[in-house]
Design a protein around this ligand. Structure first.
Ligand code: SF4
Length: 548
């Protein structure tokens, strides 16, 4: 007798597609993909100008409001008065204010005085005097009414600035060294590469529907002053033994909830080749990037799965049609440069790196900065990757007087270590994802620490974030603070932070460790940071930094 029992054969498990266009998955797999397919988000500009600017907030189509508006730099800001405990429980529309955050791109961080004046005047005229310097060299306004957008664009575009693709699933601002073309120790000037990329590709509908945001950093300064290790793509200045100065290309860096450092492709490209290579990488991402889950859609996940070797091979064979030269790795700096302070330029003049408090300035201050620039004959201002500003081209004999004038408008060229090295994201005042207040908390922390630990003689970076998204780079700070609700001594839920310690970029790059026991309430924060910094100052050995 033979047994008829058989093991049921399971159908082969089909690997669920990740929504990669190049593999034939063209059907949208989530509402964001559907929205982008329904209408190219860049088209929303015409509706804003022709319809919404006249009809006001209530006339805005919800699909445009919470999706396509971003491609023109617009996000609804958080309705005032909603506490952080409600962030995760309310529907998006319940958090929406009737006003917007507007992000202005400043590619390469480069402004002339006329542009700075326009940015300042728009703030006072339309944004209740708000203007935050972001850690990606943008300026962000708040309190923008959609009715004012045509006038705002006209003023910005009249001086060569714009908001196109400042947010959204597209190529964001191209960051550039704030001291490009003027630093004595520069390896190569990236200004022309940035201009060609922004001119040729920003606003190109062929590259305006990417799986997620695409962040670019280009710097030929040896201090890696635009944090290339945590960008989606970075061009880093390097000298090739045969070809001379050019660019080492990195892909796949990023923070947020799955932080990863960028990987080198191992190629060397000239400035002439760089824009084409940049566009090729963007297209690899467009076609092979994962579009099923937003949480896995950044290019870093593709790079992690493929590895740099395969990524390079696909780029060369399918997108460039040629092989790129192999190249050497650049030297890594001890830490990314922030350019704060007084520094000599290669032409003998000086640049002044200025630290506002956690990037918070006002339109009034920016107009005053324009006055100071004009007074000293400068027509060049830069924004930085550290929420700071740099004023270029100051004559040696004017340095001290200019420093004093800048100090008088709240822009310090010789700030305390605490002020210099503390950053904060937007936080609960305006951000719909925030759980805690960040800017005010960070400002108060700086004030306290300047009193309590004035002797700090070495950088300790403190990055304050309002939620796990890491817009202010939680994981790469010496002390990274991630906003969340914590229990106070009475068992009440209050604003507080999960602490990450020991993060760094540069030579000893690594992500800070999350210490489960280290959760502090907002009120405890000054005591906590004071204790940590004192312990470090007392116990450090020669040359030992806080992080390592
Ligand atoms: Fe908003 Fe969170 Fe980003 Fe801060 S880190 S700006 S709270 S999304």
């Amino acid at each position: 007798m033979t047994s008829e029992t058989t093991t049921p054969v399971r159908p082969a498990r089909r690997r669920r597609g990740e929504g990669q266009w190049a593999l034939g998955y063209r059907e949208p797999l989530n509402p964001n993909e559907q929205s982008k397919k329904d209408d190219n988000p860049l088209n929303v500009r015409a509706r804003i100008e022709n319809v919404y600017a006249h009809g006001g907030f209530d006339s805005i189509d919800p699909g445009d409001l919470r999706g396509r508006f971003r491609w023109w730099g617009l996000y609804t800001q958080r309705k005032p008065g909603i506490d952080g405990g409600k962030t995760a429980t309310l529907e998006p529309e319940e958090l929406d204010d009737r006003y917007f955050m507007l992000r202005v791109r400043i590619d390469g961080g480069q402004l002339d005085v006329a542009q700075l004046r326009a940015v300042g005047e728009l703030s006072t005229q339309y944004a209740r005097d708000t203007a935050d310097m972001t850690d990606r060299q943008n300026v962000q306004y708040h309190w923008i009414d959609v009715k004012d957008m045509p006038a705002i664009w006209e003023r910005l575009e009249g001086v060569g600035l714009h908001t196109q693709e400042a947010c959204g699933d597209c190529p964001r601002i191209v960051m550039g060294s704030p001291v490009a073309g003027i630093a004595e120790d520069e390896i190569i000037d990236g200004t022309e590469v940035i201009e060609r990329i922004t001119h040729d590709y920003i606003g190109d509908k062929d590259l305006s529907n990417l799986p997620r945001k695409f962040k670019t950093a280009i710097s030929g300064h040896p201090s890696h002053d635009v944090v290339p290790q945590i960008n989606d793509v970075a061009f880093v200045g390097v000298v090739h033994p045969e070809h001379g100065p050019g660019w080492d290309v990195w892909v796949g860096g990023g923070l947020s909830t799955n932080p990863m450092l960028a990987q080198r492709l191992g190629v060397w490209v000239s400035s002439d080749e760089a824009p084409e290579v940049w566009a090729g990488i963007c297209r690899v991402f467009r076609d092979y990037g994962y579009r099923r889950l937003r949480s896995r859609a950044r290019i870093k996940f593709l790079v992690k799965d493929w590895g740099a070797e395969k990524f390079r091979e696909v780029l060369e064979t399918e997108y460039l049609g040629r092989t790129l030269a192999d190249g050497p790795a650049p030297e890594l700096p001890d830490e990314p440069g922030d350019h704060v302070g007084v520094h000599r330029q290669k032409d003998g003049r000086y640049y002044l790196g200025l630290a506002p408090v956690v990037g918070r300035v006002s339109g009034t201050q920016l107009s005053q900065l324009a006055d100071v620039a004009e007074k000293y004959g400068s027509d060049r201002i830069r924004t930085t990757a550290h929420q700071n500003l740099v004023l270029l081209d100051i004559r040696e004999e004017d340095v001290e007087s200019a420093v004093a004038d800048l100090d008088a408008i709240g822009l310090q060229a010789r700030p305390s270590r605490w002020r210099q090295h503390t950053m904060a994201c937007t936080g609960i005042e305006y951000c719909k994802l925030a759980i805690v207040n960040t800017k005010d908390r960070a400002r108060d922390l700086i004030d306290e620490l300047e009193q309590r630990v004035p002797e700090l003689d070495t950088p300790i970076t403190v990055n304050v974030n309002g939620c796990p998204n890491s817009c202010a780079r939680i994981q790469t700070a010496d002390i990274g603070l991630k906003g969340q609700l914590v229990l106070d001594e009475n068992g009440e839920q209050v604003e507080g932070f999960q602490v990450h310690l020991g993060g760094a970029l540069g030579l000893e790059a690594g992500f800070g460790r999350k210490l489960r026991a280290h959760k502090v309430t907002g009120a405890e924060l000054p005591d906590y940071v004071e204790k940590l910094s004192r312990t470090y100052l007392e116990q450090r050995e020669d040359g030992e930094s806080f992080a390592r």
